[in-house]
Design a protein around this ligand. Structure first.
Ligand code: NAP
Length: 401
């Protein structure tokens, strides 16, 4: 028996006790990390709910497996299945070279309007990190996922389109762009910025966070990044007036009592801030490109991409490993499945199955604490035992109990 998850106009899910959830195994190391993760997800749900809830997994195809089966890297049936079943989880996908698609991930995000890329970054005790106090970083990044320079509106240097556009700009707006340049467009809208901010504020309320930081380069790009910051403030000011306060409006210690402080930082300064004063930040809201850089840098600070989860959320939600397909390790049962597992934690929280999500965190914490880890951590941890990808997963299930 299995049932479909449904979602209403406000984005609220109704989750049956036996929901169908789609999965895309992924390319390269995808099958290894997916197999280990699925054992952990099923183990956590079973331990938490003793058979009263169960996920009905449905495999859907993208990437190389889809190309072999259907001749298409991202078949329409895959997009339709995600729309029908609302929630999906995926491993990494190879970017097809010369396949007419800049990236399967970007295409997936744009076609399903998954407008927020959500990446929590936290430290797991015992994981080797390049900084002195990695545990001070505990943030969640809301990165805009559909606009900015990632919208794919760009033309190659010397192409007819680039020359035409440059001539138009030079002739009509008194600019002097060299005619032989490549050119790209950076669209950012009030609608796109505000819906992201709304999701971030709602998250902050639900999780009792005390501040939200808008990260932008508005000092230079005033009408895109600067406008993003302005629109985010507008969203907070208009729709969350009673529960938020601008950092600049705080005059005394009582002003921010019981309120979420909204602040903004210039992107370059934010990289310094996360290294120097990480515990001053909780929720970050930022445009696409800044968010891409910032999430990888933050993940490195707490010990790397092997343990960095991500989710792409709009009306539908696709949870994913943040690293790539690491083809040289494909089929070796070797790599760290932590990124997919922690994406699964986000997925379970999204379903409201917090008990199962907590069990996975507990299992991962305990397993790393026992120094029973995959090669990437083992090579840096003194006295650690080397575990295969699948062994790491099985130990996590044992450690949940
Ligand atoms: P990558 O696959 O992330 O691998 C780079 C290195 O990161 C690996 O050689 C390995 O380091 C380490 N690594 C990655 N995943 C790991 C894991 N689970 N456990 C332990 N270590 C891990 O990056 P890439 O080689 O640049 O990209 C390969 C392909 O993946 C490309 O086709 C790219 O387009 C695609 N990609 C997909 C996604 C996605 O689907 N979300 C994201 C990024 C890239 P060591 O060699 O030091 O062991």
């Amino acid at each position: 028996m299995s049932d479909k998850i449904t979602v209403n106009d406000k984005g609220v899910l109704t989750v049956p006790v036996n929901p169908v959830i789609c999965f895309i195994e992924g390319d390269g190391i995808g099958p290894d990390i997916w197999a280990a993760s699925r054992t952990v997800f099923d183990g956590a749900v079973h331990t938490a709910y003793r058979g009263t809830r169960q996920i009905a997994w449905k495999e859907i195809f993208a990437g190389e497996k889809a190309k072999t089966k259907t001749g298409n890297y991202l078949p329409d049936e895959t997009l339709e299945a995600i729309k029908e079943y609302i929630v999906a989880i995926k491993g990494p996908l190879t970017t097809p070279i010369g396949g007419g698609m800049r990236s399967l991930n970007v295409t997936l995000r744009q076609k399903l309007d998954l407008y927020a890329c959500v990446r929590p970054v936290r430290y797991f005790s015992g994981v080797p990190s390049p900084v002195k106090s990695p545990e001070k970083l505990d943030i969640i990044i809301f990165r805009e996922n559909t606009e900015d320079v990632y919208s794919g509106i760009e033309w190659e240097a010397n192409s007819l389109e680039a020359k035409k556009l440059i001539s138009f700009i030079n002739d009509n707006f008194s600019k002097t762009i060299p005619l032989e340049s490549g050119i790209g467009i950076k669209p950012m809208s009030e609608f796109g910025s505000r819906r992201l901010m709304k999701m971030a504020v709602e998250y902050a309320v639900k999780h009792g966070k005390k501040s939200i930081t808008i990260v932008h380069k508005g000092n230079i790009m005033k009408f895109t990044e600067g406008a993003f910051a302005k629109w985010c403030y507008k969203e907070a000011g208009e729709n969350f007036k009673d529960i938020t306060i601008k950092e600049s409006d705080i005059k005394g210690p009582k002003d921010s009592e019981g309120k979420i402080i909204i602040k903004d930082r210039i992107a370059d300064a934010m990289f310094q801030q996360l290294l120097l004063r990480p515990d001053e930040y909780e929720v970050i809201v930022t445009p696409n490109l800044n968010g891409d850089y910032l999430s990888d840098a933050a993940a490195a600070q707490v010990g790397g991409l092997g343990l960095a989860p991500g989710a792409n959320i709009g009306k539908y939600a696709v949870f994913e490993a943040t690293h790539g397909t690491a083809p040289k390790y494909a089929g070796l049962d070797k790599v760290n499945p932590g990124s997919v597992m922690l994406s699964g934690v986000m997925m379970l929280e999204h379903l409201g199955w917090d008990e199962a999500a907590k069990l996975i965190i507990k299992g991962i914490e305990k397993t790393i604490d026992q120094k029973y880890v995959t090669y990437d951590l083992e090579r840096q941890m003194k006295g650690a035992t080397l575990a295969k990808c699948s062994e790491f997963g099985k130990r996590i299930v044992e450690n949940m109990k």
